[in-house]
Design a binder for this molecule. Structure first.
Ligand SMILES: Cc1cc2nc3c(=O)[nH]c(=O)nc-3n(C[C@H](O)[C@H](O)[C@H](O)COP(=O)(O)OP(=O)(O)OC[C@H]3O[C@@H](n4cnc5c(N)ncnc54)[C@H](O)[C@@H]3O)c2cc1C
Length: 532
């Protein structure tokens, strides 16, 4: 299985299946990968699910699977073990060695209920060891219920369960002394309090019999309530840059979750979350609703990408993979700048510094100027600089940085909104034309560099720098080899009678590897040439 999907849904519980239903009905290709350990699996029935009240969890999911498969979505059993970026989306690796690719990810992996370490609890979890009165309260109504204080919400839980049964006992266990007003409120509602450490929960055959205390007493109970720690199943997302946050109820930390917008969009573009992984207190119907909401947001996101690609295609970027083509659109760059207050360091590129120090300042053009780091450095040295970029946001920031650098720098800089793929700067005008790390695919690149060379005045300098193809595999780079070039290639395109090539080389540079932090040597392609 080495397939590509519009959306890979990781986790086939209510949230994932509901998202997959809406996405497959929106004519998206969808794969659901599910490990089959839904949170409520131990429970006999799903309650509070309108229209399907009391359905066994497995039956509800089987219905959901049939529904999504009828619209063409695919469901496989498996565990996703690794997520990587690439190919205009994400690589998804399964434990059994299968790999798939998704343009977007809907992560609906749910949460793990971490049970308190009390003997006897785990084996009866979901049957008569309970956590949620809305899920199980009706089933144990009027029965003998014990609430063991295993978390900060224990007193609240005892009061809540009292709604379903008049026979509720609170075991403060290791909670410590209860404040007077808490005692009073418990007594007022007829809730018994039995102090002493709990050492176990006991059963006779398939029937819970009671709560054992350290002094040997067995307090007869028919159902026991505990608070679990709600831990988001989100380890997969760490390598993509997504961490969990603490979920609080009031001051009490009850677990973790993956922060996201109400749409399910996370801080990592293209990754959406829904259900218990994002909202640990959510129930089945709410998780299904969240999956639907995220599906709508994902579809809108994909449509936005498809519009960008179509626009790029109209501009002549046909024949290039959609995720590459969209990199040459204003919308793509606007999105990138919008996501962060500063995309670049603000420092000038090293080759610009070394290769222009000996030049007499004149008129310069910086193509793909971004937030203006290079252009402002040149302006400080006395150059009159035109910075050109496709992103209005980048240009606004560049102008603001120039203004902050002082009136003389601001007066020497001009910012031009231009798409380098179609823009022709004035021929023979500039004493320096610089393009640093402007990567466009083969075919378009030759035409772009030829236009930049044309803009160099007699005696002026063309300075082009970029990532060298040999870096691929050394450090993470977009998996689009045709974007990278060598200085030698550009030199070969310059007519020797018009140009003196001063440098056409792969210059080594040592950087920290972004993932391992180890020092590695990479190379920049550099072309410096002087028009005769
Ligand atoms: C005992 C119990 C009873 C409950 N009863 C009710 C009830 O009656 N009514 C109600 O509304 N709510 C109930 N709930 C809450 C309900 O279980 C959750 O709200 C609901 O399951 C959340 O749905 P979800 O899709 O977010 O996650 P889940 O249903 O937990 O589904 C997550 C899925 O993701 C899969 N997964 C995780 N990691 C991976 C991976 N790496 N690769 C592939 N798959 C993965 C899991 O195996 C699982 O199948 C109960 C909870 C418990 C614990």
């Amino acid at each position: 299985m080495n397939e590509r999907y519009d959306v890979v849904v990781i986790g086939g519980g209510a949230a994932g299946l509901s998202g997959a239903l809406a996405l497959s009905r929106a004519r998206r290709s969808v794969l659901v990968v599910d490990a089959g350990e839904q949170r409520n699996t131990p429970a006999g029935h799903v309650h509070n699910y309108l229209g399907r009240e009391g359905t066994p969890p497995a039956e509800l999911l089987a219905i959901g699977r049939r529904e999504i498969e009828s619209y063409g979505a695919k469901v496989v059993t498996g565990t996703v073990t690794r997520l990587t970026r690439g190919g205009g989306g994400f690589g998804v690796a399964l434990a059994d060695g299968r790999h798939v690719h998704g343009r977007r990810l809907l992560v609906t992996t749910g949460l793990t209920d971490e049970l308190p370490d009390i003997p006897g609890l785990a084996g009866r979890w979901g049957r008569d060891v309970l956590h949620c009165p809305y899920c199980h309260g009706w089933e144990v109504r009027d029965r003998a219920v014990g609430v063991i204080a295993t978390g900060p919400m224990a007193v609240h839980a005892a009061q809540l369960w009292r709604q379903w049964s008049a026979d509720v006992t609170l075991f403060p266990h290791t909670l410590g002394d209860l404040p007077d007003d808490t005692w009073e409120a418990l007594a007022a509602r007829g809730i018994a309090v039995v102090t002493g450490e709990v050492t176990g929960v006991e059963a006779d055959g398939d029937r819970l019999t009671g709560v054992r205390l350290a002094d040997g007493t067995l307090v007869p109970r028919e159902a026991v309530v505990v608070q679990t720690r709600l831990r988001a199943r989100a380890d997969l997302l760490g390598p993509l840059g997504l961490e969990t946050a603490e979920r609080r109820v009031g001051d009490a930390v009850v677990g973790t979750y993956v922060p996201a917008e109400p749409t399910g969009a996370t801080a990592v573009p293209g990754v959406y979350v829904a259900g218990n992984v994002a909202d640990p207190l959510g129930q089945v119907i709410g998780s299904a609703a969240a999956g639907l909401t995220a599906a709508g947001a994902i579809n809108a996101d994909l449509i936005a990408e498809e519009i960008r690609v179509a626009v790029a295609a109209r501009k002549g970027v046909e024949g290039i993979a959609p995720h590459v083509a969209e990199m040459f659109t204003e919308a793509y760059w606007e999105d990138r700048y919008a996501g962060r207050s500063a995309l670049w360091s603000g420092r000038p590129n090293p080759h610009l510094v070394t290769d222009t120090e000996d030049l007499t300042p004149g008129e310069a053009l910086d193509v793909g100027c971004g937030e203006g780091g290079d252009a402002i450095w040149l302006a400080r040295r006395g150059w009159r600089v035109t910075g050109a970029d496709i992103s209005p946001t980048a240009l606004e920031r560049a102008a603001a940085h120039a203004a902050a650098a002082g009136d003389d720098v601001a007066a020497r800089t001009t910012w031009v909104h231009a798409d380098a793929l179609s823009w022709t700067p004035e021929p023979r005008r500039y004493d320096l034309v610089s393009a640093q790390f402007v990567h466009v695919p083969t075919g378009l690149r030759e035409a772009l560099f030829a236009r930049l060379a044309d803009a160099v005045a007699p005696g002026g300098t063309l300075l082009i720098g970029g990532h060298h193809p040999s870096d691929v595999g050394v450090v993470p780079r977009p998996d689009v080899p045709e974007l990278f070039f060598t200085g030698e290639e550009i030199a070969a395109s310059l007519k020797p009678d018009e140009w003196e090539v001063q440098a056409a080389e792969a210059r080594p540079r040592t950087v920290a590897h972004p993932e391992t932090g180890q020092r590695v040597t990479i190379h920049d392609a550099v072309l410096r040439a002087r028009r005769r």
